[in-house]
Design a protein. Structure first.
Length: 334
């Protein structure tokens, strides 16, 4: 018996009846020989972490565009925080931590440069629209590994696709990631907004603080504990009504005070203009797209190739491309 098979036996014995066992995966797009050591979900986690798209997350905006300081979140640190919260909930509910981790680490692989401002820009530019959760699936199915994709399991791809909008994930592990994503971004965005002087501790609604707590630690703890208690022995991931209402009120507060705050978001229009000009440039001259995207151009059209290229850019790479294409070079006189 291989190590993988031993591990899958332990899964069968120890996990909740509601857990997704790796031996029961619906499989991959392309059949592969099983690893002797790792389960399918463990292999998926490794493939995501070793991917180029994952590495680029460290230079993609979470909320604040190019903030001054070392301690603001990036899309990478957000992803890691989601993973930790999700694994804590999965462990407490005896669900599959490996599946949970793979979904969490892959959920934002398709996010644009400049955060949701970039996503809105591409949604306006791309015929048929653009959504980062759909692009994340496209990254793992089509764009990584020179067009081969990562060939992940169905359960991981389903969790990535369903992590933000629309129908719930088919697995409880995927549902956990959806909730963990909300828990993570609301709370770390509060911390970053406090650090940036966009809001102050007394601004957080008292009725929310009375339920969730007055500190970053207390809020995370309250939301995680509530999800565990409400979901114990249940066939879906739940929150208690009072805590869910408080979290929604906190989200509304953040939209009013941070996500639409001119001080925090004043530069977003410039970022969107940059992406718009880059998109139009490559639309008009698609021969300038890198070789990696020429096959997509031939198979799926210019707009799809341009969208994939720009969506994969990091913030600094997009700025540099814009400078190269639209800002005149200085002339040095000796």
């Amino acid at each position: 018996m291989t190590l993988r098979e031993q591990f899958q036996q332990r899964e069968e014995a120890m996990l909740s009846p509601y857990a997704c066992r790796s031996a029961q995966t619906r499989g991959r797009q392309r059949p592969e020989e099983e690893c002797a050591v790792r389960t399918p979900f463990q292999r998926d986690t490794d493939r995501i972490v070793y991917s180029k798209a994952f590495r680029r997350l460290k230079h993609k905006t979470q909320v604040f565009l190019q903030p001054e300081g070392d301690h603001y979140r990036t899309r990478m640190t957000h992803t890691l925080e989601v993973s930790r919260i999700a694994r804590t909930i999965a462990r407490a509910l005896s669900l599959n931590e490996d599946l949970t981790e793979a979904i969490a680490l892959g959920h934002d692989l398709g996010h644009t440069p400049f955060g949701h401002a970039g996503e809105r820009a591409l949604n306006d530019l791309m015929p048929g629209g653009f959504a980062h959760y759909q692009q994340s699936v496209r990254v793992v199915e089509r764009l990584e590994k020179n067009g081969e994709g990562l060939n992940l399991t169905w359960e991981v791809r389903n969790g990535i696709r369903c992590h933000t909008k629309g129908e719930n994930a088919a697995t409880l592990e995927g549902q956990i990631v959806r909730l963990a994503d909300h828990i993570a971004y609301i709370n770390h965005d509060i911390e970053d907004a406090l650090r940036g002087g966009i809001i102050f501790p007394m601004d957080i609604p008292l009725e929310v603080a009375n339920v969730l707590g007055f500190t970053h630690k207390a809020r995370i703890d309250a939301l995680v504990r509530d999800a565990i208690e409400a979901s114990q022995g249940q066939p879906e991931i739940r929150q208690s009504p009072g805590v869910r209402e408080a979290m929604l009120a906190l989200k509304d507060f953040m939209f009013d005070s941070v996500y639409t705050n001119p001080l925090a978001k004043g530069e977003e229009g410039k970022a969107q203009d940059m992406l718009r000009m880059l998109f139009e440039y490559y639309q008009k001259d698609p021969d300038q797209l890198p070789d990696d995207f020429q096959a997509i151009r031939a198979e799926e059209g210019v707009d799809r190739a341009v969208c994939d290229y720009i969506a994969g850019m990091t913030d600094p790479f997009a700025v540099e491309r814009f400078k190269e294409l639209f800002i005149p070079m200085g002339w040095t006189v000796k």
